[in-house]
Design a protein around this ligand. Structure first.
Ligand code: TEU
Length: 537
């Protein structure tokens, strides 16, 4: 195998990620080269030219490892191999080399909280009796109540239903229960077991030696569990039928998790210019800050901006909290309004024309902020969430919520590349893994590429300015007073001003020369219309 460092981009730019534009490739849905209706690594390779044209700096590839695909690859049966659905290790190496050649870095998903139930470890665990070393790699417990027929505690799964499943015993008596914070096919690992720690280190080195530029760490607030596995506060049923718990949740953010991040960081520090970004769902800034201490993760996803509604006050609050959470740590704040678990921004902000205008405006807000940004594939095309028929839904959330929560697939529909009918160049076959809407021709890359008013053109221009214009330098922001429903901030060092109008009336523009606007400005150039953002210098 070629050594990573031979072809690594890194030399000289250890902290390239501090202001990088990352593009999340949901591999199943990006481009299908093999013709089975599912996106794959060769498909990604064939579209690198597009990503270069778009102007992003790095890709985050969602899991492409061996997996039974119950949670579309977040259930991993072998973290050190490529699933045949997506290609093989040679294709991965070619993809990485070609990306590096084009100046694009690649980070990959790491899923340390759980494995697939088809992982050889879990298979061995269920084949051996309680108390075996094989079971000690997971979290097995005897049940409560008569004959152990009740789960060991009241924890619920993030996907709905209990977080425990009981093994069937061959002798007819009650089997042990195992913990799964997600689907039953995703048993949680026991992070107190040194074998588990050693195996993650092996996985890290396996991919680092191949040359990956870093990792996105799935459920980075998971892994460690509190001693005694205490009950959680009474879950609250939400309107969607899913359960929500927001206070003192013992399932996540246990103190022990930080030792794991220190281990990960130690390994990464042996390699030049690599990065770890954690998926951190914690509710307060101080809890967040602990994940990005100097010897832990380089950066963490802060989801405040993604969670903010399209209201200037909420957006400002989200920005301020994200900045506050990293104050005093070496990490920059990170910005994202979308990912493969969330409703697409266009739909979240109200759908239709207004939703699209707002999503475009929020993209300019996001790209004006100092620090790394994460764009989710398809958002650069202004895709809305797709309405999917019941028969197409595969997300475990759908079944586990008793068919009340439709799951996350509306944002995972394959990307339209060209042509007027499905599959729009995504795949040689019309039988794509999720059906593509019949009215998506105008969203296709080909249809938008040469249109200066398209969302794709807006994103390209914004990314180019963000990278090349000196107004974007410096990490500090200052806020200006703004009319109700509006916000305005300035990058202190570079001088870029970003204004956003979430109100229903036009307001006067802040002074300055317009660099870019998310929608048409009136001819006299003095007003900022509703649902619009502007960059000025
Ligand atoms: O998500 C972790 C997580 O906390 C999510 O359950 C999130 O809260 C939810 O999806 C919001 O709807 C990660 C991955 O991003 C997700 O795709 C996986 O299903 C999950 O981990 C399990 O690996």
């Amino acid at each position: 195998m070629r050594r990573a460092d031979d072809r690594h981009l890194a030399s000289g730019d250890e902290t390239w990620w501090r202001d990088a534009a990352f593009y999340q490739v949901y591999v199943r849905s990006f481009a299908d080269a093999s013709g089975d209706g599912v996106g794959d690594l060769e498909g990604v390779r064939s579209r690198l030219g597009y990503l270069e044209l778009l102007g992003v700096d790095a890709l985050w590839l969602t899991p492409f490892f061996r997996s039974p695909m119950v949670d579309h690859g977040y259930d991993i049966s072998d973290p050190r191999d490529v699933d045949p659905l997506f290609g093989d290790l040679d294709v991965f190496d070619r993809l990485l080399a070609d990306a590096h050649q084009r100046g694009l870095r690649i980070i990959i998903d790491l899923v340390p909280n759980h494995t697939s139930n088809q992982h050889e470890w879990f298979q061995a665990a269920v084949a051996t009796p309680p108390g075996s070393p094989e079971r000690a790699r997971y979290i097995f417990r005897d049940g409560c109540g008569f004959g152990g027929s009740q789960p060991p505690n009241n924890w619920t799964s993030t996907f709905g239903g209990p977080a425990w499943s009981q093994l069937r015993s061959s002798t007819g008596d009650a089997g042990q229960w195992y913990l799964h914070l997600f689907a039953p096919e995703q048993p949680d690992l026991n992070w107190e077991n040194p074998e588990v720690v050693a195996d993650l280190e092996r996985t890290l080195r396996f991919w680092l030696d191949r040359g990956v530029d870093g990792f996105r760490i799935d459920v980075a607030h998971g892994m460690a569990k509190p001693a005694g596995l205490p009950d959680m506060p009474q879950p609250i049923a939400t309107g969607s039928g899913l359960l929500q718990i927001d206070i003192a949740d013992p399932r996540f953010d246990a103190d022990g998790v930080h030792d794991i991040h220190r281990m990960i960081r130690k390994v990464l520090d042996e390699y030049p210019a690599r990065v770890a970004v954690g998926e951190i769902w914690v509710s307060d800034d101080l809890a967040f800050a602990r994940y990005v201490r100097p010897d832990e993760l380089h950066i963490g996803f802060n989801f405040r901006l993604l969670e903010a509604t399209f209201e200037a006050d909420r957006v400002r609050e989200a920005i301020e909290h994200s900045l506050m959470a990293v104050q005093g740590s070496p990490a920059p704040a990170t910005w994202t309004i979308s990912n493969h678990d969330a409703v697409r921004p266009v739909t979240r902000y109200g759908g239709g024309e207004a939703g699209l205008k707002r999503a475009r405006a929020m993209t300019l807000v996001e790209l004006a902020l100092p620090g790394p940004v994460y764009l989710y594939n398809g958002d650069e095309l202004g895709l809305p969430n797709a309405e999917l028929p019941d028969w197409a839904l595969q997300d475990p959330v759908w079944r586990r919520s008793g068919f009340t929560h439709r799951g996350r697939e509306g944002c995972r529909v394959p990307l339209p590349w060209e042509g007027g009918t499905p599959p729009y160049g995504f795949s040689p076959t019309p039988g794509t893994w999720l059906p593509m809407p019949p009215d998506w021709a105008d969203y296709a890359v080909e249809a938008q590429l040469e249109d200066p008013g398209s969302t794709l053109s807006l994103c390209r221009q914004a990314l180019e300015l963000r990278k090349g214009h000196n107004a974007f330098t410096g990490s500090e922001l200052e806020w200006f007073g703004a009319p109700p429903g509006c916000l305005a901030f300035r990058r202190k060092a570079g001088g870029l001003i970003c204004g956003l109008n979430t109100s229903s009336t036009a307001v006067s523009l802040p002074p300055g020369e317009v660099l870019l606007a998310s929608g048409p400005l009136p001819p006299n150039g003095e007003a900022l219309p509703p649902d619009t953002a502007v960059w000025l210098v």
